[in-house]
Design a protein around this ligand. Structure first.
Ligand code: ARG
Length: 296
């Protein structure tokens, strides 16, 4: 409702301004002009960023994320979007004077969202490995492992115990790539079935219901769910399935924007702000030691 009123107010202001500024201006022209109403420029318009004269136009930086990927991006108890990656992105925007927009996406539709410009980047525990050529990446900011989570009372303690079990993972995820990689061919062949789901919120529901016996998932997400339940609910197996790196992914060729953002991320690490932000997510599964810029 507040948003509606805000839009209404800005519409009225545009009409009023158009009317005062020039009698010959047709206010409907102003209203139909996306720039006037929506500040349509996004951070993708490299020219706006680089000319250093951003005061005239508001720059919006839209981060695509999967809202079921805690602690990097998720829906908090109060319904707001929260997460370590989103907090970092917001800090970058604050420093650059950009307007930050967190845009939840279907993880499987991320390439289309990026290509058609509905998002400026994917910043959400996004694994670079095997996708090096598909996006313009920043450097690595987080070292991740893909782990297996099972119910604590299921008698699953090693990867060998997954023989004959139903294992679930997120569609189009790096965990799925890891399990279907030839290095893990024997492991995969031992499963009863490898199931795919749209996001990890659903994967944990399947585990709770017993339709899946184990989840292959990024360690931060696994830690988050372990921390959210009683200590004896889930276990994380000691043997990881894969090691990988997180970066911020931009549309292939969008190097200028990637560099602009990364420069700020480095500054945020150097002046101690990243450590402060990380501390807020340490009890929600973030492994602070995995933040490579803090552990150089
Ligand atoms: N690191 C995994 C990948 O990049 C995570 C996939 C899960 N979804 C997500 N929203 N980050 O594929």
């Amino acid at each position: 409702m507040k948003k509606f009123i805000a839009i209404l107010m800005s519409l009225l202001m545009v009409f009023a301004f158009a009317a005062c500024a020039d009698d010959t201006t047709d206010p409907t022209d102003a209203a139909s002009n996306g720039d006037a109403l929506t500040n349509g420029d996004t951070a993708t318009d490299g020219d706006v960023i680089s000319d250093g004269n951003a005061d005239a136009e508001e720059i919006t930086f839209t981060v695509g994320f999967d809202a079921g990927f805690p602690p990097f991006g998720y829906i908090a108890d109060d319904g707001s979007y929260d997460g370590f990656d989103l907090a970092l992105a917001e800090e970058v925007c604050k420093r650059l004077g950009w307007t930050f927009v967190a845009q939840p996406i279907d993880w499987n539709a991320r390439d289309a969202e990026l290509a058609n410009g509905t998002i400026d980047c994917i910043w959400n525990g996004f694994t670079k490995n095997d996708r090096e050529d598909l996006y313009t990446w920043t450097d690595t900011y987080y070292d991740n492992t893909i782990v297996i989570v099972a119910k604590a009372d299921a008698g699953i303690a090693t990867l060998a115990d997954l023989a004959g079990k139903n294992v679930i993972t997120q569609a189009a995820s790096s965990a799925l790539s890891a399990l279907t990689n030839e290095d893990n061919a024997d492991l995969l062949a031992s499963f009863a079935e490898l199931l795919e789901t749209a996001d990890y919120t659903k994967a944990f529901m399947e585990l709770d219901q017993g339709t899946a016996d184990a989840i292959a998932v990024d360690s931060g997400v696994a830690n988050f769910y372990l921390a959210s339940k009683d200590a004896d609910t889930y276990v994380i197996l000691d043997e990881p399935v894969a090691s990988e790196q997180y970066g911020i992914g931009f549309l292939l060729g969008n190097t200028e924007l990637a560099e602009t953002v990364w420069e700020q991320v480095e500054a945020i690490a150097e002046d101690g702000t990243m450590a402060k932000i990380a501390a807020e997510y340490a009890d929600k599964g973030l492994v602070v030691e995995s933040l490579v810029l803090l552990n150089k």
